[in-house]
Design a protein around this ligand. Structure first.
Ligand SMILES: [Zn+2]
Length: 440
């Protein structure tokens, strides 16, 4: 069985939107109540606290103290305690900081529902006037049943057959989503995920995830961030600059003094939120497609194992976004490779993939980040810096240094390039430079 996450947009009507917002509020209330209670009990000397027990305490007092939570599904508050347990588990395992209170924010919030109470329907069972009348004939969408609320239209049909573990309903900007967590069989995975079209036996690649958001394959292919992403990132920069000039509380002091957000601030902030989501979607789509093509084309892959978290701390904010994206890319390559029987070799952080000459193996220890072209002092090779690194990564698999260049045949390369094109991924040829080969 394979765990899989599957996110589908919901198309709630106004009544349902109001219900969701109410449920998000109740989830936040329960989470914050549980968090405060946990810390209070801990200070009083209680050990072995479990969110499950706090949930029982909450349920015992909710009728009295928070009667309004009855207006939404009990999952809104029950699920919050599962979230709380997760947050503490991560904290205890040193994977996250101590849980903090959830703040109310516009266009945000979520709640969790267990799979057992989740009903999916092919028809909208809410609508009495549709009873007996065929609708949704082509089965394009489905409806998600929520206790106490009824059926909410989903933008598409669930793509997998399998066991539903849980659903998380969330809001992002003006839109609502359901994230399904499912368990599917391996056959179902194979059925729903594209496999290699051609025999990928023996094909090897080194992948350098460069400093400048570009990915270089040792086959001499460069893949840049998609163009719309770049354009929207520029737009995002401009909007957030404008936003900071609109009237709002900039410090805690100003907030206490009651400085209000102006209407222009709110409007712009909404626009920025929508743009953020759009950018995240483009990036997600790009990463998914790219990693699928790579892990279905090659049989062996070598990548760098960078410490993403460490890098984030040392660099400016502008870099950290792309670091996270690279980390996500690496994660997807690893799990898709595992599914597709592709082996992944990870160079550790200290492997000098950039500093080694891919022609003669000499190490240029004083190579600076600014040097975009690798010029080998030992053998005189001149080669693009990132391409050189990708060749060295490939060398990790082939266990040789000093190769003539790409491993793939022209037919292999053509097949790969056409799959990139089909998926809307723009590629360019690496300027390989004058690569002199010398023998040591
Ligand atoms: Zn050299």
């Amino acid at each position: 069985m394979i765990s899989i996450a599957h996110r589908i947009e919901l198309k709630p009507n106004n009544k349902q939107k109001t219900y969701f917002r109410k449920a998000f509020g109740c989830a936040r209330l329960a989470y914050n109540w549980g968090l405060a209670e946990w810390d209070k009990q801990y200070k009083e000397g209680v050990r072995g606290i479990k969110a499950r027990n706090l949930r029982k305490e909450f349920n015992a007092i909710k009728k009295e103290q928070f009667p309004f939570v009855k207006e939404v599904t009990k999952w809104a508050t029950d699920g919050a305690f599962e979230d709380l347990q997760d947050a503490y588990d991560r904290f205890f395992k040193h994977l996250a900081d101590h849980p903090t209170f959830h703040k109310k924010r516009d266009g945000g919030g979520s709640f969790y529902m267990g799979g057992c109470d989740t009903v999916l329907s092919e028809t909208n069972r809410n609508l009495k006037h549709l009873k007996g009348i065929e609708h949704n004939k082509d089965g394009k969408h489905q409806y998600l049943g929520i206790p106490h609320l009824g059926f909410v239209k989903m933008a598409e049909h669930l793509r997998f057959n399998g066991h539903l573990n849980s659903v998380r309903i969330s809001q992002n900007g003006d839109r609502f989503f359901a994230s399904f967590s499912m368990k599917i069989t391996e056959e179902e995975y194979v059925r729903t995920h594209p496999q290699a079209l051609i025999d990928k036996q023996e094909r090897k690649v080194g992948i350098d995830m460069g400093v400048h958001n570009a990915i270089i394959l040792s086959d001499g292919i460069k893949i840049d961030d998609p163009k719309p992403l770049k354009q929207n990132l520029r737009k995002q920069k401009r909007l957030s600059r404008q936003l900071s000039k609109r009237q709002h509380a900039r410090t805690k002091q100003e907030r206490l003094e009651g400085v209000k957000k102006s209407n222009n601030y709110k409007k712009l902030s909404r626009r920025l939120g929508n743009l953020d989501r759009h950018i995240a979607n483009i990036r997600r789509d790009f990463t998914q497609k790219l990693t699928t093509v790579i892990t279905t084309h090659y049989a062996e892959i070598a990548i760098e194992d960078l410490n993403v978290k460490g890098m984030q701390k040392n660099h400016r904010l502008a870099r950290s976004v792309s670091d996270v994206a690279m980390g996500e890319m690496r994660r997807q390559i690893e799990y898709k490779a595992a599914f597709n029987g592709v082996s992944v070799t990870k160079a550790d952080r200290f492997y000098p993939s950039s500093k080694t000459c891919s022609c003669c193996g000499a190490i240029k220890s004083d190579l600076t980040l600014k040097e975009r072209t690798y010029i080998c002092p030992a053998c005189g090779a001149v080669i693009d810096r990132d391409y050189n690194a990708s060749l060295n990564l490939l060398g990790l698999i082939t266990k040789t240094i000093g190769m003539d260049g790409p491993e793939s045949t022209p037919a292999d390369l053509a097949a790969l390039l056409s799959r990139f094109t089909v998926n809307g991924i723009a590629t360019s040829k690496v300027e390989t430079g004058k690569q002199q080969k010398s023998y040591v």
